[in-house]
Design a binder for this molecule. Structure first.
Ligand code: FDA
Length: 305
């Protein structure tokens, strides 16, 4: 009951003002590009790579999309200047996908040109199921031919269509990030049962690891991660053939442990002032986070500490 409520609240931005700042800071690296790059440098010192994400989803004017695009180009250049591996994650709606596809392409191409010049990578985040086919079509028609391996996509194991998408993208050798899916979806397109989402994740993860092209396994699910490590060892798939991906602030212990065990780990590092829908989706994934973060805030506010 709490999860659907939190997902519902994630679409009610007027409530953002009621959420304490400290709650956002647990999952968001800061307001500015500089703060995000600094957080990435700190993770790099621990052997963990990053992908930076400017928070902000549907935009309402071409000027907003161009401002977001300019921030991404700045981000790419600052990552390169800080000697970080350049890797950013972009939402097409933030680049104007719902306003005008030509504008969206112009924006994404600017980011990709900058990333390509730095030998970097741009991941197209996947949004709700209404965007799945459109995103894959846009990627295949407009980006893949020009930018090849500098650009990749995301698939969500909660969607019924994902087995077929994984098969196709393995055949095309496209770089895929596999996640479970963060959006509230109807049963017609998504598995309502979590166990089915998890089975789908494992099935598609193994296919991507065996046949895909450098998949990103985006999950904090320890049982699934153990399975991935075991599968890699059984099949002789070396740690250079895939990477684990986790969210900033989530399971930092597991991120470090995997790295120490020799696996590649990338952290998805969001920043910016528009953190509200992102934060609410993270809280929906684990409502116990609300108590955890509030508990920390109270402890930190107690006198004598
Ligand atoms: P699940 O939700 O089953 O959780 C497994 C375990 O992980 C939990 O038991 C808990 O211990 C821990 N955990 C999970 N979330 C936590 C949290 N917020 N705080 C603390 N512990 C937590 N989605 C999408 O639709 N499109 C996208 O493009 C992306 N991109 C993306 C990139 C990366 C790098 C990650 C890690 C995730 C995404 N996601 C995403 C989000 C994804 O779809 C999913 O909602 C979350 O990762 C949570 O699912 P898990 O796989 O972690 O499993």
């Amino acid at each position: 009951m709490l999860r659907p409520t939190l997902l519902w609240l994630s679409e009610r931005r007027a409530i953002a003002g009621l959420v304490p700042d400290a709650m956002a800071r647990r999952f968001v690296a800061g307001d500015t590009v500089q703060q995000a790059v600094q957080a990435a440098v700190e993770l790099q010192a621990k052997g963990i790579t990053t992908t930076l994400d400017l928070l902000g989803e549907s935009v309402h004017s071409p000027a907003e999309t161009e401002a977001a695009c300019a921030t991404y180009v700045d981000m790419v250049q600052r990552m390169a200047a800080a000697r970080l591996e350049v890797n950013v994650s972009v939402k097409l709606t933030q680049m104007g996908f719902d306003l005008d596809e030509t504008l969206c392409l112009r924006n994404v191409a600017r980011i990709l040109d900058a990333a390509k010049a730095a030998d970097g990578f741009v991941r197209l985040d996947m949004e709700g199921s209404a965007y799945t086919q459109r995103t894959l079509d846009f990627y295949r028609a407009k980006l893949r031919p020009l930018y090849g391996d500098h650009c990749g996509v995301v698939l969500q194991s909660m969607l019924r269509r994902t087995d077929a998408d994984v098969a196709a993208l393995c055949a095309e050798q496209v770089r895929v990030r596999l996640c479970k899916g963060a959006y509230l979806e109807p049963a017609a397109v998504a598995f309502p049962e979590k166990s089915d989402v998890d089975f789908s994740y494992v099935r598609n993860m193994e296919r991507l690891m065996a046949e895909g092209h450098y998949p990103g396994l985006a999950t904090h699910d320890e049982a699934i991660i153990r399975r991935a490590c075991a599968f890699a060892r059984e099949r002789g798939i070396g740690p250079e053939r895939f990477e684990f991906q986790m969210l900033y602030g989530v399971r930092r212990d597991l991120q470090l442990r995997l790295r120490q065990d020799g696996w590649r780990v990338r952290v998805y590092l969001p920043f910016g002032t528009q953190w509200y829908p992102y934060l609410m989706r993270r809280l929906a994934e684990r409502p116990a986070n609300i108590a955890f973060i509030l508990g920390n805030m109270v402890r930190e506010a107690l006198p004598g500490r």
